[in-house]
Design a protein around this ligand. Structure first.
Ligand code: SF4
Length: 312
């Protein structure tokens, strides 16, 4: 099936604030809370409620991660490559984008510049990113693709909860069939991560279904770390189950926000957590909750927690 669309669609951003909740700020002025959830933050809460608190409520800084920065760089290169005409989307053209896109990424987030020198040298850094880009060409042929959307911001209102995020690429086949594509710069997942990756894709599929009335025909995860593609064909039953799950996660977040009880949940994923020093599971003590904890916990949009080049 050719996943080609000659006519880029307009960005379909739905602005809805249909069920705002009032919350009292420290200066006692009521303010509107827009209940919102992205797949990344839902994933954080499912992994560990305390991790959600640290990221969303306390907004604690995290050490810049070389893997995440490399991922942002490669995403940026793959997105920009589609700016040029199809015939010019060669490996060489893509590799030529690596250095300028890194400059653009660092301009957005200057602390990432320190990764070069601390963890690696510039030559190795660019070579590793270029290798991931090269591997993508073995999996997909950009001269035959014309994405309908790239880095598409999507959001949908589900019973007063805004579901939102960024889709790396949306392809549309003749007949309006949609394919949701997500690039992962790591390896295809072990069981530990597989459910998380698929949940994210079903979350996007649910948002598209709710805003466009069409269940995407395919969800495609492109793993550049080991050169594998994982495809999944969702159906309405899947997406209804995802909607129930999202609502249940949100209900649990609301309970934690109101009670202030953000429990740690220790798993193997703690190895990658930046907050062990403050985590009771590792002998630490969380900081006191900030005064606006309730509002921020229920309205992560105000923290700017999703971005086009971020994990969502
Ligand atoms: S170290 Fe583990 S248990 Fe503690 S906050 Fe991080 S993810 Fe949660």
């Amino acid at each position: 099936m050719p996943w080609v669309s000659a006519l880029p669609d307009t960005v379909d951003v739905v602005e809805q604030v249909t069920d705002a909740t009032s919350c009292v700020s420290p200066d006692a002025q009521p303010r509107q809370v827009r209940r919102a959830l992205s797949p990344s933050r839902a994933g954080d809460f499912m992994q560990c409620p305390l991790l959600y608190r640290f990221r969303v409520v306390d907004r604690l800084p995290e050490e810049p991660s070389a893997a995440a920065a490399r991922g942002t760089l490669v995403h940026s290169v793959l997105e920009r490559l589609f700016d040029v005409p199809a015939a010019e989307r060669t490996v060489e053209a893509a590799i030529a984008l690596v250095a300028p896109q890194w400059a653009a990424v660092v301009e957005q987030d200057p602390q990432l510049a320190a990764l070069i020198g601390e963890e690696t040298d510039e030559q190795t850094w660019f070579a590793e990113a270029s290798e991931l880009v090269r591997r993508w060409f073995a999996l997909e042929d950009p001269t035959r693709l014309e994405p309908a959307e790239r880095e598409l911001y999507v959001e949908a209102d589900v019973d007063g909860l805004t579901l939102r995020g960024y889709i790396d690429r949306l392809d549309r086949a003749p007949g309006e069939q949609l394919r949701v594509v997500d690039y992962k710069t790591g390896r295809s997942p072990s069981e530990l991560f597989e459910a998380k990756a698929l949940f994210q894709m079903k979350f996007y599929a649910l948002v598209l279904w709710r805003t466009r009335g069409v269940v995407p025909a395919m969800l495609q995860l492109v793993y550049l770390g080991n050169g594998e593609i994982v495809r999944y064909v969702p159906d309405e039953r899947d997406l209804l189950a995802t909607e129930r799950k999202v609502k249940a996660v949100w209900a649990a977040i609301e309970r934690a926000a109101h009670s202030g009880d953000w429990r740690p949940h220790r798993t193997r994923l703690c190895d990658w957590c930046s907050h062990q020093a403050r985590c009771p599971e590792f002998g630490g003590t969380p900081p006191p909750l900030p005064p606006d904890a309730l509002g921020v916990a229920l309205d992560p949009a105000r923290t700017g927690e999703a971005s086009p080049t971020g994990e969502d």
